[in-house]
Design a protein around this ligand. Structure first.
Ligand code: FAD
Ligand code: SF4
Length: 329
């Protein structure tokens, strides 16, 4: 790993000013993505600002909104009583991610900002990677692409956004609070991420000198049922091949409200509006669920390595709609 200056900060405004003063500096939270990529030689920031001492560790319920500090760990959020009671799909998405050791280090802010696992992106000896080097090509399109995306993908880049938590949070209309040097703003997660087809190099709308300080999660109606299904090559310590976060309010066998997020398939955590449109107001039946899954995957862009994901994602979504609704299980 290259040498770098280590700075420990205790004040949020100090961090954003340090970032504003140094366009190449980077933040260190749990370090489970950042340090990996520095060891691989993909990132070489001259300065690393340790933000773990910032006062962003709280979880607080205010009315029907849960406020989660960016430095809360994945394990802490999964163990929260409100999450267990009202946000089962958040809890399930967290507990099915990484390992318990990683979840004790990894923060919520870092999870949302984790970088793609594309093996070509993470190998600086591969020259063709539009995400690392603009207009250099994409080695994955004709390479090994099993863990890549089919929604929001194009020949420019098929890198997957691998966060499980973000899939649940986009379905729940969560938002991030962002602090900059002279401003703060709140960005809905559905508007936070960019697809690789839009911009392989830029994955979200966060500016260099902005910090995520908090995630705001609206609590769903008490009548809602929800869950997160993750399909993967082995049942622990593995990223999703496909996943589905589903929230339904069903009344007299009719779907009154539907929220759907998909993972393992998108270049960003995917909100499946097409599926929600099909589901809302329709009878809660497997026929409806199949129509919803078809609508979602209609615009998939595949390469030979990722083609299997289209039928797998359809089945994953249908199964989770069945699980959550209790229909045809
Ligand atoms: P860091 O590595 O410290 O930071 C990540 C990035 O975010 C860096 O660019 C950093 O500068 C930036 N950053 C961090 N916090 C902030 C902030 N508050 N504001 C602005 N920028 C910030 N994830 C899953 O969802 N599912 C899995 O199954 C899964 N499996 C994994 C398996 C392994 C072996 C590993 C190593 C990781 C896995 N992960 C998985 C990813 C893991 O969840 C992330 O690495 C972790 O959540 C990142 O959090 P962190 O605090 O360690 O972030
Ligand atoms: Fe790079 Fe994206 Fe292609 Fe991976 S998929 S090699 S990140 S351009």
């Amino acid at each position: 790993m290259h040498t770098f200056e280590y700075v420990r900060a205790t004040d949020t405004r100090e961090v954003v000013q340090l970032l504003a003063d140094d366009p190449a500096a980077a933040c260190l939270a749990g370090g489970t993505t950042q340090l990996d990529m520095m060891k691989d030689g993909v990132l070489e920031p001259p300065t690393l600002i340790d933000i773990t001492r910032l006062p962003l560790h709280g979880i607080e319920r205010r009315g029907e909104i849960l406020h989660v500090g960016a430095l809360v760990t994945m394990e802490e959020l999964a163990a929260d009583a409100t999450v267990a009671e009202r946000l089962p799909m958040v809890r399930e998405s967290l507990l099915q991610g990484a390992s318990v050791q990683l979840r004790n280090m990894a923060t919520i802010g870092g999870n949302l900002l984790q970088r793609t696992r594309c093996r070509y992106f993470r190998d600086p000896t591969v020259s063709a990677c539009n995400k690392r080097t603009p207009d250099s090509g994409c080695a994955a399109v004709e390479g090994v692409a099993r863990m890549h995306a089919v929604l929001g993908a194009s020949e420019r880049c098929i890198a997957l956004h691998a966060s499980d938590l973000a899939v649940a949070l986009v379905a729940l209309d969560a938002a991030v609070h962002v602090q900059g040097p002279s401003h703060s703003r709140t960005v809905p997660l559905t508007e936070f991420y960019l697809t690789a087809a839009e911009s392989p190099q830029r994955e979200n709308v966060l500016e260099h000198a902005e910090l995520i300080t908090e995630v705001e999660i609206p609590l769903p109606p008490a009548a809602a049922r929800s869950g997160y299904l993750k399909v993967r090559d082995r049942t622990s310590y593995e990223f999703a091949l496909t996943s589905a976060a589903v929230l339904l309010v069903v009344d007299h066998a009719t779907i009154r409200q539907a929220r759907v997020g998909l993972g393992g398939v998108g270049t960003k955590p995917w909100r499946a509006y097409e599926a929600e449109h099909v589901l809302t107001g329709a009878p809660a039946t497997t026929a409806t669920f199949l129509d919803a899954a078809d609508a979602t995957m209609r615009d998939a862009w595949t390469v030979p390595g990722t083609a299997f994901k289209v039928p797998l994602a359809r089945r994953t979504l249908v199964r989770e709609l069945q699980n959550v609704s209790g229909v045809d299980v």
